[in-house]
Write a protein that binds this ligand. Structure first.
Ligand code: PMP
Length: 304
């Protein structure tokens, strides 16, 4: 990734891709304190457009606030950097990564004295789990690792340090031959995937876990709106793993993973072992929105 052409925004300046570097004593590199966002730009008839830019930047502000980090740039500057990251890198579509980190001005756990830095990069990124995953669905396992208790790591923040837990879970799942991990909370209820929220369908109703130990996903919110428009009831509740096993349909949502059907959980087939009809309908509605084909949700797209 580091050796490619293009430009990265760092602290208000555009640097050639290969020159966007940090010092090895960067505080966040040692202690994982910081936060980030992941956005997608899609090709639309009117050119590339960023999906739900304002919501992502609001969540970045929330994440920084939860971590008690003062953002060094306002929303308008970060929005401009996200848009320009797409255009400067000549992307028709792609993934955009803003990240807030503490610098090398200070070592030791207490970051007081370390400067807060901001960067935005954008690159071409296809289907996160592969096109086959979107088309045919994936196999997941319940992780042996639990998602954070809210008094350990506040999951409403998209904090960098959350992802050591995600990485352990996804590596365990892949080592065991699965595509993705599902994490339960510390009480044993379903929380989320390693980087996706989760929904299940049972008897025509859409159920999702409460977000106590899960990120408040923007794709998840999008799906709730689209489900309402399709006349589907959506309910948030505690979900047990055996409810998942008995679901008619299960799917994961995320900016990177988009809407990915789940066809197997812990070697139990979900439904008939193929992506279900409601998952398909929601996928179609979602892709129509992001590609600018649904005029009702034109306000979810920011042209670059
Ligand atoms: N949970 C976690 C842990 C994630 O990393 C992500 C990806 N940002 C999600 C859920 C889905 O969130 P969103 O739909 O906003 O991308």
């Amino acid at each position: 990734m580091q050796d490619k052409d293009g430009f990265i925004w760092l602290d208000g300046h555009w640097l050639p891709w290969r020159e966007a570097r940090v010092h090895v004593l960067t505080h966040t590199l040692h202690y994982g304190y910081g936060c980030f966002e992941g956005l997608r730009a899609y090709a639309t008839p009117a050119g590339p457009a960023i999906f739900r830019l304002a919501e992502h930047l609001r969540r970045l502000e929330d994440s920084a606030h939860i971590l008690a980090i003062d953002l060094p740039f306002d929303r308008a500057s970060l929005a401009a950097a996200c848009r320009e990251a797409v255009t400067r890198n000549g992307l028709k579509s792609g993934y955009i990564r803003p990240l807030i980190f503490l610098g090398a001005e200070k070592t030791g756990v207490d970051p007081a004295g370390a400067a807060t830095h901001a960067m935005v990069a954008a690159w071409d990124w296809g289907a996160y789990l592969g096109q086959t995953a979107l088309d045919n669905g994936i196999r997941v396992r319940v992780s042996s690792y639990a998602r954070h208790h809210p008094n350990v790591q506040m999951c409403r923040a998209k904090a960098i340090s959350m992802y050591a837990n995600s990485i352990l879970a996804v590596r365990e799942a892949r080592r065991d031959g699965y595509d993705e991990a599902l994490l339960l909370d510390t009480e044993g209820y379903v929380a989320e995937g390693s980087s996706e929220n989760l929904f299940l369908v049972r008897d025509g109703e859409l159920l999702q876990p409460e977000t106590t130990s899960a990120l408040d996903g923007i794709t998840r919110r999008t799906v709730c709106t689209l489900a309402g428009e399709l006349g589907l009831a959506v309910r948030s509740k505690r979900i047990t793993r055996d409810e998942l096993y008995c679901a008619d349909e299960v799917f994961l949502t995320g900016t990177a993973a988009e809407i990915t059907p789940v066809i197997e959980v812990d070697r139990r087939r979900i439904g008939d072992g193929r992506p279900g009809p409601l998952t398909r309908q929601l996928q179609q509605a979602f892709f129509a929105c992001v590609r600018g084909e649904d005029a009702r949700h034109a306000d979810w797209l920011t042209p670059v």
